[in-house]
Write a protein that binds this ligand. Structure first.
Ligand SMILES: NC(=O)c1ccc[n+]([C@@H]2O[C@H](COP(=O)([O-])OP(=O)(O)OC[C@H]3O[C@@H](n4cnc5c(N)ncnc54)[C@H](OP(=O)(O)O)[C@@H]3O)[C@@H](O)[C@H]2O)c1
Length: 294
């Protein structure tokens, strides 16, 4: 039987596919652009758009399980959740995993009200975020200039989210669960930069900005990092760059329980501890080397 993976070309979806292929499963991948999907050999690639359920019939044809993302373009929650669930029920899809987004939409409520064997996967911050957040400054200057270097989080390796999804989609005992997925340790931003320094063999530094320096440097462009993911995270349409910086300062500067909670869920499901940030840093060290370095 075939397992459908949506978000297949994304950070998590590619890992879901890799883990399913390693198990010997038959995988169908949904994308809006099959020509540029660049997915592994053996994966059946189908075109479809989750914001347009009329395009999804081929994707759900004869599928035994499905990994679903809960957003459309620009990380907006899906508005046609019921139609997607109707398609899944009609196809007699059994197990469904849902990758939790920053805001619940109609797909989450429709799945919960359905007869499908659903499992919510709610990961914390992906380690991969640091490719976009810190890749450019570390490659070019070797310095991360940000506020609140002691802010904490338990980042998770995106491959471990994929491993959890692949296990849940193929084994019993997970229906009706919402899994809070974390990495193995709570780290500060400063500690993560130190791990990247060790992995790259470079003298990388975290330089803390005061809130006022942050407003000056980020509010007007200049050295501002790419805020697009954070803009999506806030789910506030039309928010100005200046307001975005204020929200970010507030968020980074207010210690939250969420940043320090560790769960053993990944290990319980996949039978080994989640990967550390130090391991992720070694795997991705080449992304943090200066431009043109080998
Ligand atoms: N980053 C984090 O720290 C974090 C933490 C917790 C939760 N999350 C959640 O994780 C999700 C992001 O996952 P990700 O990083 O793996 O995604 P991603 O790398 O941003 O990739 C987006 C994927 O979604 C697909 N997609 C987007 N709109 C689509 C549509 N209308 N129809 C069909 N496919 C569509 C894209 O496929 P094509 O372009 O090929 O069509 C692509 O595969 C979000 O829901 C976010 O809230 C993220």
């Amino acid at each position: 039987m075939t397992i459908l993976v949506t978000g297949a070309t994304g950070t998590v979806g590619r890992h879901v596919i890799d883990h399913l292929l390693r198990q010997g499963q038959k995988v169908r991948a949904l994308t809006r652009n099959p020509a540029t999907a660049n997915l592994p050999e053996g994966v059946e690639v189908v075109a479809g758009d989750l914001t347009d359920p009329g395009t999804l019939h081929p994707a759900f044809d004869d599928v035994s399980a499905a990994h679903l993302i809960t957003f459309g373009g620009d990380y907006q929650p899906l508005r046609h959740g019921q139609q997607i669930v109707d398609l899944a029920e009609k196809a007699e899809v059994g197990k469904i995993t849902l990758l939790g987004g920053w805001q619940e939409g109609t797909l989450e409520s429709a799945v919960q009200a359905s007869g499908l064997e659903w499992t919510f996967l709610n990961p914390v911050q992906f380690m991969a975020n640091f490719l976009t957040d810190w890749g450019e400054p570390l490659r070019t200057t070797g310095v991360v200039r940000e506020p609140y270097g002691d802010r904490k989080s338990p980042p998770i390796h995106e491959s471990d989210i994929g491993a959890v999804a692949a296990t849940v989609l193929t084994q019993d005992g997970h229906a009706g669960q919402a899994y809070h997925l974390t990495g193995p340790e709570v780290l500060t931003a400063r500690q993560m930069v130190r791990h990247l320094a060790e992995a790259t063999g470079r003298e990388l530094r975290f330089e803390e900005l005061t809130p006022d320096q942050t407003r000056r440097e980020w509010g007007t462009g200049g050295n501002r990092p790419d805020l697009s993911l954070f803009r999506a995270f806030t789910q506030t349409p039309g928010v100005s760059d200046e307001d975005l910086v204020e929200i970010l300062l507030q968020m980074y500067g207010t210690p939250h329980e969420y940043g320090t909670i560790l769960t053993d869920t990944v290990e319980r499901i996949i039978g080994r501890p989640p990967r550390t940030f130090a391991q992720w840093a070694v795997e991705h060290a080449h992304h943090f080397q200066p431009h043109g370095a080998a």
